[in-house]
Write a new protein. Structure first.
Lengths: 313, 653, 227
């Protein structure tokens, strides 16, 4: 029996209320769900990140400091045509180059290494390949791959190649940004194909750091000259230890505002005091496919790349 | 104005609102129908202990019910303590970042979780008077912010991104002070600080920098006005530029009061201009109070909102901010100890008289103590004083009811009836004085020591000797009749008119025969013997002898009166006047000297002859008569003693 | 005011009345103190306040108190302390005592009071009335002489006391009218009108009736004046 402090019996409403409260205690177990907040669409925080290299790590690029290879690690295509304008920024020094090349794979002749992994194909030979009437030179198509613990080079055939070295001031007047390049591929004297490839405008990137590593709010600010209807990718790479070779780490998709705030935390266990340089590559590219009697299964890309080497303090 | 301008320059949310809205009224004021948010000074009329539980239901995509808060408060005289556990004062946010990570088998969108909680709070108030109360509040907040961050793992053979949590915790105390001033029962003003004292418990990092509750200092003023008995208006203003106003209306329902209230508020950083409204419905009895209240925001709270505003303006109140959802609250307050609300207060009791058991009757007519009582309510109430004196009463003795106007202070008389009149020992006892409004328990009481005299004690007032005369009538009557019986033959022969005169004479002669001594009057001023004691002891002082002889006469129907001769030196004398029932024209039957008699008009308007008798004269009747007549003529008549109050005739009824 | 008043009273009581008998003619007797027996008064005898002197037919006594002489004519009686000048206040105090002395009226049933003795039986018993009535009449005569000698206040007191102690003297209407006039003279209008009211109830001669009416008129006039 419920007694009050004076020894009297508590009157009924008290008991009813007490029962009511206990009942409410029992049913009141819900937790309010959190309030959802989102960033604006137009935000530097809108980022899509993926690791830069998938499991096909057998095929490494072979172009040294030039990171053009980064973008085409291995393509299982019969025809690969690449027109790339590259700008390299290294401590304020700017160097610009243009690359044009074409590779014709004979998909009937794959090349595999010991463990059965496909590393490429034997190349087919054409009569001539011309970029804007400049005839490309045939050079060995050297690829680098990892065989067990070893890094090896090998020649898979030939590739048709032109290198354009720019002025010291970095102005690449002669590279046809925002223009087009005519490509003429002759299988033999009588058989050829000819088409134009649109070249994107030149990409100019900018990398800066914001925040403080100790406060755990260090961010990499990546900016570029955003253009309408852009297709920009950003590759973040580091140098392979004791080597000039780069090692791609992350691939970011460019967003709508031309600015990305990348939390540094993502890289914090990559950067070591011995290796604190990063290469940020801004890539703007147009892709194209052509199918005719001579060419099929093509991958044609025209791109502008700005490589920036930075040191993480 | 300058102050408010300064504060409004930064951005704030209304922080002095709580879920009770405007439920508080004069009729439910004994329950705490507000909380620390709106009542920093903890002004409260809870009279003992109170338990309050609040349940909340919130619509946030789905309906969630939970315990919002549990509080216990306790009043100890002027001190008021309040403790609140508030699991429901919390808000969680999930911020979906724009960062999408390609995981080995899926795409992850990184999130930041914010968790704000006000876990518990406590309050204290001190009532300096019924007009002024000062108090403070301490509240404990805890915050936890978890940000998901991508981390890249890169080895020779494996290359993947995983997600790591960055956690920042920040707990802190907020202390505030406030005062409440009530110049009039219908007007209350509260002023309190906001975020006056802050004490951080944990280190900060960038997450706390961004997301911590904003704790800008400010001042809130609240007003409560009751223009009509059942109608209240309240308003509050924060120096931040937020304000609210509301009203409520109370009506009696069954055995309690129903209060319907509503409140609207403007918040500087909530939209629209009137950000929301809080309806409340309260039903209170003396023992419990139930409040149903709710918050309805006028802007769309179910819409997913941008994080940018939150980072820009911050959150200032967990329970009420731009992201708060509509809520419904059910609060139940209990009075834990069922002491009723005090309606009257007994300020003090002044004991006018010691208790003289033999003087019982005068205490029925004359209050022995006067209490001072104040009406604490705004109603006319009828107070019933009662008292109990240990060793004198077996049960509480009730005195007549006294009416008190609202907030009036009056004196109430306490009467006593002496159950035990045969007290033989003089001692100090305890008198308990009560005041009650209805038949239930007393509203207030005071205990005071009181002197209980023994039965022979006398307060020195001759008029009170009457009680000693009367107390022994049975004995006296027997004694007188015995003597007169032995003179029956003689009395039968005399003139009937002279019967009384002769009876008096015989009784006196026999009475003084028994007496051996007259005590020194100084020895026992305040001690009076009962007639049987005087006879037994064979003596006494003038009081004892007059009492005894008067009792012998009165007990057989002979009318007597005390003559009290007051003396400036403090030693008074008492003797008797005795009614012979003779008409003045029959004076010659008893005396030739008209100076020996006193003519008194009886109650029928007829003159009768009274004769004075000096009871301390143990010689004979005539001497006693002459002595008394001489004294009476001189002091009462010639010196105008009767007129100037030095001589008083006190009739014994 | 009260203090002065009390001091005044005490002074008068200190100089209690005492008179030396200067001259005695005829039958002059005195009741000394509370004695029951009358004694003859002699020249040179000292009489004190409570002593009562009484003169017979064709007798007189001359008293002297420090040069204040008073002659009591024949067939008169008074107490020595009656020969005293009173202030009006003293008179009022003394009159008030009459009321104070009475048995206060009580509301309760006084059936146990033994008052039934009074009444017809009193009339049926005869006693030595005449001497007493004589004393009463003598006292009234004494009072008149007090009035004539200027002791008007004392005269009224003595008369009133006599009427109470010797109620048969109340039938002497002319005497009463004499004192009524005295009362009016001293502005004791209430006292006078209550006396007159009592007189009106009695059997009056035409002449007496006229006098009563005349006194009423005077009282009314006086009262109007005061108002």
């Amino acid at each position: 029996m419920l007694l009050n402090n004076k020894g009297g019996i508590l009157f009924p409403p008290f008991k009813i209320l007490l029962c009511f409260i206990i009942m409410l205690f029992v049913i009141s177990c819900g937790e309010p769900s959190p309030t959802e907040l989102i960033f604006d669409n137009q935000s530097e925080n809108n980022i899509q990140i993926e690791p830069a290299q998938s499991d096909n790590d057998a095929n490494l690029n072979s172009s040294g400091y030039d990171t053009t290879g980064v973008v085409n690690p291995f393509l299982s295509k019969s025809t690969i045509i690449n027109i790339t304008g590259v700008r390299n920024t290294n401590y304020g020094m700017i160097q610009s180059e243009g690359y044009y090349y074409a590779i014709f794979n004979d998909k009937t002749k794959p090349i595999k290494i010991k463990n059965g992994k496909l590393i490429g194909y034997k190349s087919k030979v054409f009569s001539s390949v011309k970029f804007d009437n400049y005839e490309a030179v045939k050079i060995p198509n050297v690829i680098r791959f990892v065989d067990g613990m070893m890094v090896r080079d090998t020649v898979l055939g030939i590739k048709y190649f032109i290198k354009q070295r720019m002025m010291q001031n970095g102005q690449m007047h002669s590279f046809p940004f925002s223009s087009k390049v005519n490509i003429k591929i002759a299988a033999d004297r009588n058989t050829f194909t000819q088409f134009d490839v649109a070249i994107p405008s030149e990409i100019v990137g900018k990398v800066s750091l914001e925040g403080n590593r100790l406060r755990k709010n260090l961010n990499l600010i990546l900016e570029w000259n955003k253009k309408f209807d852009d297709n920009v990718e950003i590759i973040i790479a580091r140098f392979r230890q004791n080597s000039n070779d780069t090692e791609p780490l992350l691939k970011l998709k460019g967003n709508e505002i031309g600015k990305i705030k990348l939390p540094y935390s993502i890289l914090e266990n990559i950067i070591t005091p011995q290796n604190k340089f990063l290469i940020i590559s801004f890539i703007r590219k147009y892709e194209k496919q052509i199918n005719n009697i001579i060419l099929d299964d093509t991958y044609i890309v025209a791109q502008s790349i700005h490589n920036i080497k930075i040191e993480i303090p | 104005m300058i102050l408010s301008f300064t504060f409004t320059k930064s951005a704030y949310c209304q922080i002095s609102l709580d879920y009770f809205g405007n439920a508080y009224s004069k009729f439910n004021s004994r329950f705490r129908l507000n909380s620390l948010e709106s009542n920093i000074s903890n002004y409260n009329l809870t009279n003992d202990m109170e338990l309050a539980t609040t349940f909340s239901s919130e619509y946030n995509g789905g309906l969630n019910s939970s315990i919002y808060s549990i509080s216990i408060s306790k009043r100890i005289n002027s001190h008021y303590f309040y403790v609140r556990y508030s699991p429901g004062i919390s808000q969680q946010f999930i911020i979906k970042s724009g960062m999408n990570i390609q995981l080995p088998d899926s795409v992850a969108q990184l999130k930041t979780k914010l968790n704000y909680e006000e876990k518990f709070g406590m309050g204290y108030a001190f009532n300096f008077s019924q007009f002024f109360s000062l108090g403070f509040s301490l509240r404990y907040f805890s915050q936890e912010f978890t940000e998901e961050k991508p981390v890249l793992f890169y080895t020779d053979s494996v290359n993947y991104i995983s997600v790591k949590d960055e956690i920042a915790k920040s707990n802190f105390w907020v202390g505030d002070i406030g005062l409440t001033f009530l110049p009039h029962p219908d007007f209350m003003i509260s002023i309190f600080s906001n975020n006056l004292f802050l004490s951080e418990e944990s280190k900060q990092n960038y997450l706390t920098d961004i997301y911590s509750l904003k704790r800008n200092k400010g001042i809130t003023t609240k007003l409560f006005i009751s223009p009509f008995e059942q109608f209240n208006i309240s308003a509050g203003y924060e120096t931040y530029g937020s304000y609210y106003t509301g009203f409520n209306f109370s009506t009696k329902l069954f055995r309690g009061f129903l209060t319907i209230g509503s409140l609207i508020f403007h918040d500087r950083y909530q939209k629209p201009f009137i950000a929301g409204f809080i309806p409340s419905l309260n039903y209170s009895t003396n023992f419990f109070s139930i409040t149903l209240s709710g918050v309805k925001y006028f802007s769309n709270r179910s819409k997913v909102q941008s994080i940018d505003d939150m980072i820009k303006y911050g959150i200032h109140s967990i329970s009420n901010n731009s992201y708060s959802n509509d809520k419904v609250f059910l609060t139940i307050n209990f009075s834990l100890s069922l002491t009723r609300e005090k309606q009257i207060k007994l300020i003090d009791v002044d004991i006018k008289d010691d208790i003289y058991p033999t003087l019982n009757d005068i205490f029925i007519h004359k209050p022995f103590a006067i209490g001072k009582v104040v009406n604490l309510t705004n109603k006319i109430i009828e107070v019933r004083p009662s008292c109990l004196i240990q060793k004198v009463n077996d049960e509480i003795v009730y005195s007549p009811n006294v009416k008190l106007l609202p907030y009036d202070t009056v004196e109430v008389p306490y009467y006593i009836f002496i159950n035990n009149s045969l007290i033989t020992k003089r001692e100090i006892s305890q008198a308990e004085f009560f005041v009650s409004v209805d038949d239930l328990e007393p509203d207030d009481k005071i205990q005071k020591p009181i002197l209980i005299n023994d039965k022979n004690s006398w307060d020195g007032s001759v008029s009170n000797l009457v009680y000693f005369v009367r107390s022994d009538f049975e004995f006296s009557s027997k004694y007188s009749k015995n003597i007169l019986q032995s003179f029956k033959n003689y009395l039968d022969t005399i003139n009937y008119e002279l019967l009384i005169f002769n009876q008096v004479k015989i009784l006196f002669e026999n009475f003084i025969k028994e007496m051996n001594y007259v005590a020194d009057p100084r020895a026992s001023v305040e001690h009076v013997q009962f007639p049987n004691e005087t006879i037994k002891l064979k003596g006494g002082d003038c009081d004892d002898l007059s009492v005894c002889f008067a009792s012998l006469l009165e007990s057989i129907g002979i009318q007597t009166a005390f003559v009290d001769y007051k003396n400036p030196d403090g030693i008074s004398h008492v003797n008797l006047l005795i009614n012979t029932n003779l008409s003045p024209s029959r004076m010659n039957l008893i005396t030739n000297n008209d100076s020996k008699i006193v003519i008194r008009k009886n109650t029928d308007g007829k003159d009768e002859i009274w004769i004075p008798i000096e009871t301390t004269c143990l010689k004979d009747f005539d001497t006693a008569w002459n002595l008394a007549a001489e004294k009476f003529n001189k002091e009462a008549i010639e010196e105008y003693g009767l007129s100037n109050g030095k001589v008083t005739i006190i009739d014994i009824y | 005011m009260k203090k002065i008043f009390l001091i005044f009273i005490s002074i008068t009581s200190i100089y209690a009345q005492s008179f030396v008998v200067e001259k005695v003619s005829g039958n002059v007797q005195a009741l000394i103190g509370l004695n029951e027996e009358w004694t003859k008064v002699k020249v040179g005898q000292l009489l004190k306040g409570s002593d009562l002197i009484s003169t017979g037919e064709k007798s007189l006594v001359q008293l002297n108190n420090n040069g204040v002489r008073f002659i009591l004519q024949s067939n008169s009686a008074l107490n020595i302390n009656n020969i005293k000048r009173l202030s009006l206040n003293e008179l009022l105090l003394a009159l008030a005592m009459e009321e104070i002395r009475n048995v206060p009226k009580i509301k309760e049933d006084n059936s146990r009071r033994n008052t039934a003795v009074y009444g017809e039986k009193v009339e049926s018993v005869t006693g030595d009335k005449s001497i007493f009535n004589d004393l009463g009449v003598k006292k009234l005569n004494g009072a008149k002489q007090l009035a004539i000698n200027g002791y008007k206040e004392s005269a009224i007191l003595l008369a009133k006391e006599t009427y109470r102690k010797y109620p048969d003297t109340k039938t002497r209407i002319d005497d009463r009218l004499f004192f009524v006039n005295l009362m009016i003279e001293l502005h004791l209008l209430n006292e006078a009108s209550s006396e007159l009211n009592e007189l009106k109830k009695m059997k009056l001669t035409k002449d007496q009736n006229e006098k009563v009416e005349h006194c009423f008129e005077i009282i009314n006039e006086e009262m109007l004046k005061n108002n």
